[in-house]
Design a protein around this ligand. Structure first.
Ligand code: GLU
Length: 316
């Protein structure tokens, strides 16, 4: 029997909207360790879908900070190294368009003309992360959906109605069962202003870049089921998901890119790269004393099972 072995492929997918903080770095380190400890490849993808908030200078700074810490990537980045580029989402519109075309041909998406006021009136904030449950106000009857796309200036929603519960096992938080119907309803894959929704872009990118493992903060655990469903309707194999505790400051507040104390420029003036990696290793459960070290030093000790299964961990 032939055994096909796949090299693990991980990715770090920062939004260049500010200087990174320890939470972003924990994600980067764990993703890097997880694939590199298994001989895999690590991709750096720039998630600059939001033109107002994304800045090329932040992307350059992210690269510089990762290299300063000793986290090097095999593919991607601003230099677009690799076969699956471009590696910046702002330049991948044609790929998202093609995926949307497939969903349209399959009758799985429809235009939603709800205004913000309509949505506020018909849907209630649902989850603690502010997600809302869409009631299906614009959903056409019957399949395949004969849809009038009109002037194209409406948002586009993916029909999730017939999807059974999505089940998956998160690498830290374990078994998950999510009913998309109850959790979010039909969700937006393209916004009315033409911007691509994160959910569509991230699925197309993870699939076309051959990503086998997604590591990120547990604020995105609620998105994983939506992404798995989208992988499946597009005919892709979903990756494994690993969600990490969010890093909080000593006052118990989640770190923010807007908090100058915790941004990497402030940290770099106080700590060496080895000290920061040592702290991150402690947060990941593999460097109990927090002693300074390099990412390579942690490769041997890395195991997902050491990561605390809690929603937040405290630094400092
Ligand atoms: N771009 C997102 C962020 O910076 C991460 C998305 C993901 O990893 O799926 O928070």
């Amino acid at each position: 029997m032939n055994t096909i072995t796949h090299v693990p492929v991980g990715r770090f997918a920062p939004s260049p909207t500010g200087r990174m903080h320890l939470g972003n770095l924990l994600t980067a380190l764990v993703s890097w360790l997880s694939v590199r400890s298994r001989g895999g490849n690590w991709i750096l993808r720039i998630e600059d879908l939001d033109p107002q908030r994304s800045k090329a200078d932040y992307a350059r700074q992210i690269e510089e900070d990762l290299l300063w810490l000793g986290l090097d990537w095999d593919e991607g980045g601003l230099a677009d190294r690799g076969e699956a580029g471009p590696y910046s989402q702002s330049r991948r519109g044609e790929l998202y368009e093609a995926a949307l075309g497939r969903l349209r041909d399959a009758g799985l998406v429809y235009p939603c003309r709800c205004t913000r006021a309509d949505l506020n009136a018909t849907q209630a904030p649902h989850a603690s992360d502010g997600r809302t449950l869409y009631t299906g106000r614009c959903r056409p009857e019957g399949l395949p959906r004969q849809v009038d796309w009109g002037d194209g200036r409406s948002s586009v929603r993916l029909y999730v109605g017939d999807e059974p519960e999505v089940e998956f096992t998160d690498g830290v938080f374990g078994r998950q069962r999510v009913s998309l119907q109850c959790e979010c309803g039909d969700y937006v894959v393209r916004r009315a202003d033409g911007a691509w929704a994160y959910q569509l872009a991230v699925v197309v990118d993870d699939a076309l870049m051959g990503v086998t493992e997604v590591v990120r903060g547990c604020d995105l655990l609620g998105s994983a089921a939506q992404q798995i469903a989208l992988h499946r309707v597009l005919g892709y194999e979903p990756p494994e998901y690993v969600h990490l505790p969010l890093v909080c400051n000593a006052a118990g507040q989640r770190l923010s890119k807007r908090d100058p104390q915790m941004a990497l420029d402030a940290l770099r003036s106080r700590y060496t790269a080895r000290e920061i990696i040592g702290m991150l290793g402690r947060l990941a459960g593999i460097n109990p004393t927090g002693e300074p070290c390099t990412p390579e030093d942690l490769l041997q000790r890395f195991t997902l099972s050491a990561i605390p299964r809690v929603e937040s961990v405290t630094c400092g």
